[in-house]
Design a protein around this ligand. Structure first.
Ligand SMILES: Cc1ncc(COP(=O)(O)O)c(C=O)c1O
Length: 387
């Protein structure tokens, strides 16, 4: 008899995994698949960063580091904020984590007890609610639409906040919508959450991948937020599993204890490589990659609108477009499956990001070359015409 826990049994799968498994079968059969479902940069890690990792290994940097990370990396992150945003952040408040995923686990563990709840945007990053579920923390899905840039705002959060609410979580730019939380909206949100004695967790994992508008950090607005970041996306280091979090000073000691017990420490070689990732010279390479993402967005956005998808807010960051496909279907999951089978284009269905209007939406990730995006658009056009 299986003794798998209820919490493990109840954990939702990603529907996109079905799509991916199907795509793999088709690829084995010799079909070419346009992968617009993948949420990671197609570029491999910049060579200078890889070289630093290799050098660290050659120097036998293979032991544990402190649970909160290498002191010099925490300092380098502080200097990064100084260089990018003219902000003085005490390195003691910076915690190096196993990816933003590790930071999310630490933040939720530190701020909420079993039975408390956290407010999340729907649509939003699905792992947030799943991590919360594993920790027996309840989640309250707050439906968001174009009117609030698919982000939480103070007015809505006030409506959903109840006696069990301890925190609200946002991501700017957002996954899946690529939309940015306007600074003023975030400021009002911070004030509201503070007035309820709660905490605001701001996931800035797509920071650096921002187009048209000025990049900012919630740390410009408040020192009381939990600000999460990662080396995965802008820095192109998904597989190195490294991120960081900036927290109010009072929480550092508790997070140190949690990190010691859950992770022991972030990966040592990755931390040495990250020192190079944060250097000003490396930023030039990373910014040129960001410009490539922008070119792709500038192609894909009008192309999808032309095909009849509804995109109510211009995505200005990350590498996602969250498109309304109700002109073609009222069941985006099956529509996405059929598109894959008939035309070999893989997308992520809205259902992976929540329930609110999910069946009317799908997510496009422009983590492929312009040429491949053009091929995908042609195939989608054929699919729409033949349906
Ligand atoms: C909004 C958001 N937060 C966190 C993560 C986790 O990223 P990682 O653990 O690779 O840093 C992702 C990954 O796609 C994401 O989209």
């Amino acid at each position: 008899m299986s003794s798998i826990s209820k919490r493990a049994k109840n954990l939702s799968p990603f529907h996109v995994m079905d799509i991916l498994a199907q795509a793999k079968i088709l690829e084995k059969q010799g079909k070419t698949i346009c992968h617009l479902e993948i949420g990671e940069p197609d570029f491999s890690t910049a060579e200078v960063i890889i070289d630093s990792g290799i050098e660290a290994l050659k120097q036998c940097k293979t032991h544990y580091t402190p649970a909160l990370g290498l002191p010099e990396l925490r300092q380098a992150v502080a200097e990064y904020y100084q260089r990018k945003f003219s902000l003085n952040i005490d390195a003691q408040r910076i915690i190096i984590t196993p990816g933003a995923s590790g930071a999310l686990q630490l933040a939720l563990t530190c701020l909420l007890d079993a039975g408390d709840n956290v407010l999340l945007a729907d649509p939003g990053y699905p792992c947030n609610r799943n991590i919360a579920q594993v920790l027996a923390i309840e989640t309250v899905a707050v439906p968001v639409d174009a009117g609030s840039f698919y982000q939480l705002d103070a007015e809505t959060v006030a409506k959903y906040w109840n006696s069990k609410t301890r925190a609200a979580m946002v991501a700017t730019p957002s996954n899946p919508t690529g939309t940015i939380l306007p600074e003023e909206q975030l400021r009002a949100l911070c004030r509201l959450v503070e007035s309820r004695n709660g905490s605001l967790i701001v996931d800035e994992i797509y920071q650096g991948l921002v187009y048209d508008v000025k990049d900012y950090t919630a740390l410009n607005i408040s020192d009381d937020c939990f600000v999460i970041n990662s080396f995965s996306k802008y820095f192109g280091m998904t597989g190195w599993r490294l991120g960081w979090m900036v927290v109010p000073e009072d929480y550092v000691e508790a997070i140190d204890r949690i990190a010691q017990n859950i992770f022991l420490a972030p990966a040592t070689v990755s931390q040495y490589a990250a020192l190079t990732a944060l250097k000003a010279e490396t930023q030039e390479i990373l910014d040129s990659r960001r410009d490539v993402f922008k070119q792709r967005r500038d192609y894909l956005l009008p192309a999808l609108k032309q095909l009849g998808f509804g995109i109510a807010v211009k995505p200005q960051g990350a590498f996602y477009i969250y498109a309304n496909c109700e002109r073609f279907t009222d069941d985006s999951f099956n529509w996405v499956k059929k598109l894959l089978l008939e035309q070999g284009v893989a997308l992520t269905p809205g259902i992976d990001f929540g329930e609110h209007d999910a069946a009317k939406h799908c997510r496009f990730a422009y983590t492929q070359s312009l040429e491949k995006l053009e091929q995908a658009v042609d195939k989608i056009a054929t699919f729409i015409q033949s349906s």
